[in-house]
Write a protein that binds this ligand. Structure first.
Ligand code: NAD
Length: 496
């Protein structure tokens, strides 16, 4: 009998709905489980359980909340191999990469352990004569998160540890393509001492998303996924009066200056372009070759790409695994065909990639295009696969303009040995996360993660202090004690 992936509601794995959707192992194409497509009854149960638990949880002292998070951190560390394996089976990424991604999520839990300090407000004595004023940050109530397939542990962990540390209840709707890890993370949180109902996981597709958007009980929505859906989530949430942060797709440029250390830059392109089969929102999908280095750069990337081992996660030497699904493989291969048709030079072709023993797996080989231009579809759109486009720029100004003119603004990086150029780039690039001589400038948990332009809708990035601010609202209190009050009303604005 197939494994059924239920919801996690009020501390138990349950579901009312009997409708399911298959979950595959992308390395083999086999169905490994069925995930529940939750109904409105399931959703109502999640809401009820969140409502019943949130008040008491928000009245639990931040220090006690922090101790639960600290237990949780220990449990994640203890079970990290199991969590990584769950990610690898349903997503396909290599075990080492999966473990790294769980670790990046764990770092958010570590950050959230400092919640008593992070929630400290501001205090002013004598804002008026004998009047004091202070501010506190209070939880929103019930917060929801909707997450993508590409980081089934890390992206949910960008959200719920901070929301919960702040005193909220959290309902997570993970990707239906790889939902198991969220359930295991929820179980471990219960084991760590989190009261039932503070963290619920509800499985399903866009129907559940719609219930989240329409619910009057949910105060905020955190979304990570593709840009069209992010925009929809942002608009609907705003219309329904919810606080919203919606992170979308990307097309990240890595600019390589003629004075760069070329071997380091090639390593950067290879790791960030093909790691996780290019299914990262911070993947490098465009290498901008500046000046006369292009031929040598392309040649070196090609040689390195040919050496990559494409294999299932069970092979310890694998550099990259399959992409998530048959549909996605076809979509990527179609983009490659479009690139050829529109005149880009195909240097490495990853279409029809077959691995012996895994013929039904969704593998796409490392693909490299040269002479890509900015009017081409493969340059304009996010492919989300192992496809790197080299675009040639005559000088730095032209390279910067490419970065700034693109509709996406998640991440970018420059490889150079010139401090002045580097400073100009970090100051003037129209992008949320910028690197210098690092390929993937992903901020740590104590900073905040978020792009610009079509890569984000909403005002707050995720985790770090942006996360604490997103999941709390500011209250400012002004107080005076009776003995200091002179008799009689005042009709003018106080000016003391
Ligand atoms: P997706 O947009 O298809 O799905 C994301 C979530 O939205 C899933 O939970 C899914 O069930 C739900 N969903 C899908 N279609 C919907 C619809 N029409 N209405 C309502 N909900 C819907 O994204 P994906 O394919 O799972 O993930 C890949 C995308 O996520 C890429 O575009 C990638 O760049 C992006 N991403 C962005 C970041 C970031 O930080 N900016 C991080 C990771 C992934």
């Amino acid at each position: 009998m197939k494994k059924i992936i239920n919801n996690y509601i009020n501390g138990s794995k349950v579901s009312v709905s009997s409708k399911t959707l298959p979950v595959e192992d992308p390395s083999t194409g086999e169905i490994v489980a069925e995930v529940v497509l939750s109904s409105k009854d399931d959703f109502n149960k999640a809401i009820e359980s969140s409502k019943n638990s949130q008040n008491e949880w928000s009245n639990t002292t931040p220090l006690k909340r922090s101790r639960v998070l600290s237990n949780y951190k220990n449990l994640i560390e203890k079970n990290i191999d199991e969590l990584a394996e769950i990610v690898s089976i349903e997503h396909g990424k290599t075990f080492a990469d999966a473990k790294g991604s769980v670790t990046r999520g764990l770092e958010v839990v570590e950050f959230a352990c400092g919640i008593p300090h992070l929630l400290k407000g501001e205090f002013s004595q004598n804002v008026g004569t004998n009047i004091d004023s202070w501010s506190v940050r209070q939880p929103l109530g019930i917060c929801a998160g909707i997450t993508p397939f590409n980081f089934p542990a890390m992206v949910p962990m960008w959200m719920y540890p901070i929301a919960i540390a702040c005193g909220n209840a959290f309902i997570l709707k993970p990707s239906e393509k790889d939902p198991s890890c969220s359930l295991r993370l929820a179980e471990l949180f219960s084991e760590a001492g989190l009261p039932d109902g503070v963290f619920n996981v509800i499985n399903g597709d866009k129907n559940i998303v719609q219930l989240i958007l329409d619910s009057e009980e949910i105060s905020s929505v955190s979304f990570v996924g593709s840009t069209p859906v992010a925009k929809y989530i942002y608009e609907q949430s705003a219309k329904n009066g919810k606080r919203v942060q919606a992170l979308g797709g990307a097309k990240n440029h890595l600019v390589i200056m003629p004075d760069a250390n070329l071997d380091q830059a090639v390593d950067g392109v290879i790791g960030a372009g093909y790691g996780s089969a290019g299914e990262r929102c911070m993947a490098v999908s465009v290498a901008v070759a500046v000046g006369n280095i292009a031929d040598e750069l392309v040649n070196k990337i090609q040689i390195a790409a040919q050496k990559l081992k494409v294999a299932p996660w069970t092979d310890q030497d694998s550099d990259m695994g399959p992409v998530i699904s048959k549909d996605h493989k076809e979509k990527i291969e179609n983009y490659i065909s479009i690139g050829v048709k529109e005149g880009a030079k195909l240097i490495e072709d990853g279409r029809n990639y077959k691995i012996q023993g895994y013929e039904n797996g969704y593998f796409v080989g490392p693909t490299l295009f040269d002479y890509v231009s900015k009017d081409m579809t493969i340059y304009k759109e996010e492919i989300f696969g192992p496809v790197v486009s080299v675009i040639r720029a005559q000088n730095y100004e032209e390279a910067l303009k490419l970065v700034n003119d693109h509709k996406y603004g998640n991440g970018t990086s420059i490889y150079t040995s010139d401090g002045e150029i580097s400073r100009h780039f970090t100051t003037h690039s129209n992008i949320g996360m910028v690197g210098v001589n690092v390929p993937i400038p992903v901020p740590m948990a104590f900073h905040s993660f978020g792009g610009w332009k079509q890569s984000i809708f909403g005002d707050h990035a995720v985790h770090g202090m942006e996360g604490v601010h997103f999941y709390t609202r500011l209250k400012t209190i002004t107080s005076r004690w009776p003995k200091s009050i002179k008799a009689g009303p005042e009709f003018k604005m106080p000016t003391n």
